[in-house]
Design a protein around this ligand. Structure first.
Ligand SMILES: [Zn+2]
Ligand SMILES: [Zn+2]
Length: 303
């Protein structure tokens, strides 16, 4: 323990990756742009890869595999498993196991990204330091039965490297040789991973700190339009914690939730089915309950 930092508990592999990619994005990316100039191609690769990987995490990892808010055909499941790996957020099995524990034990010690341990811990500290041993995957037995999920779990690191770093490097090389390969690697690969990961991390940190609590005051989760903008609609986190089996996070039709729109479009294309929705009466009675609590002065923070 040095300066209250638990140095003996540093997760070296994860820490080196998270800090290394962050430093590269802040140094090598601007240097590359300064030296070689701005080329729209690399920003297009960045944008497309960010969207494809991001939706694979929100639609696939989160709403499909962790919460089973809908069913999807095999090509959709395979696509999200392959491109979701590109976020470098580990396998679906690991992700869903941690996420289900987060929902079950939110704001308590067994919550892996427990906000009561501080913003930094919930954002990234829980990944940099392993304060507790990895619990067994005993809450994802349903997922263990899926051979595709187990295939992804066994090969997660190689899939992640090929999809997230290899693919943009190859696209860059095809565009402009060695210079292009470097641009594709740095902008479409490394910078995309950093932006995407901190988007995910913000849900664990900021969505438990900033925003409104219209549906429940039972836990720290909050709704934030601003955070929904950066997280493909995942910012309506208060609703999500109260009704985790609803495929929508932004439940109101006008709420910015591109992931729910994409799931709905997939259902119209017959690629998704069984979309789960909480009845409107249940939602409005939850809102009424919170309003009563507030008017009784029982909870100051709800808005
Ligand atoms: Zn969730
Ligand atoms: Zn949460």
């Amino acid at each position: 323990m040095i300066f209250r930092i638990p140095t003996d508990r540093i997760n070296w592999t994860t820490s080196s990756f998270l800090i290394g990619t962050f430093v590269l994005t802040l140094t090598a990316v601007p240097l590359y742009l300064w030296y070689f100039g701005i080329d729209w191609f690399y920003f297009a690769v960045f944008g497309v890869m960010l969207a494809v990987t991001g939706f694979s995490v929100t639609l696939g990892y989160h709403r499909l595999f962790s919460h089973m808010t809908f069913r999807a055909v095999l090509p959709v499941r395979l696509f999200t498993l392959i491109f979701g790996a590109g976020a470098f957020e580990n396998s679906v099995l690991m992700w869903a196991s941690e996420h289900r524990r987060h929902h079950k034990h939110v704001d308590h010690d067994e919550d892996p990204y427990d906000i009561s341990k501080g913003f930094f811990h919930a954002h990234i500290g829980w990944l940099l330091f392993k304060l507790q041993p990895q619990p067994p995957f005993d809450n994802v037995n349903d997922l263990k039965k899926d051979p595709l999920i187990m295939w992804q779990h066994r090969h997660i690191h190689i899939i992640a490297v090929l999809v997230s770093l290899g693919l943009p490097t190859l696209l860059g090389a095809l565009w402009d040789g060695w210079t292009g390969a470097l641009g594709g690697f740095l902008i479409g690969g490394v910078a995309k991973v950093v932006v995407l990961q901190h988007g995910t991390f913000l849900i664990n940190s900021a969505c438990h700190t900033i925003g409104r609590q219209p549906y429940s005051t039972r836990c720290s989760a909050r709704d934030s339009f601003l955070l929904a903008l950066f997280t493909f609609g995942e910012g309506y986190h208060n609703y999500h914690h109260e009704f985790q089996h609803d495929y929508r996070n932004g439940v109101k039709p006008w709420e910015w939730d591109p992931t729910k729109w994409l799931i709905w479009i997939l259902s119209k294309l017959r690629l998704a089915s069984g979309l789960r929705r909480v009845p409107a009466e249940t939602i409005s009675s939850a809102q009424t309950r919170v309003r009563h609590l507030r008017s009784d002065g029982g909870f100051q923070d709800a808005q």
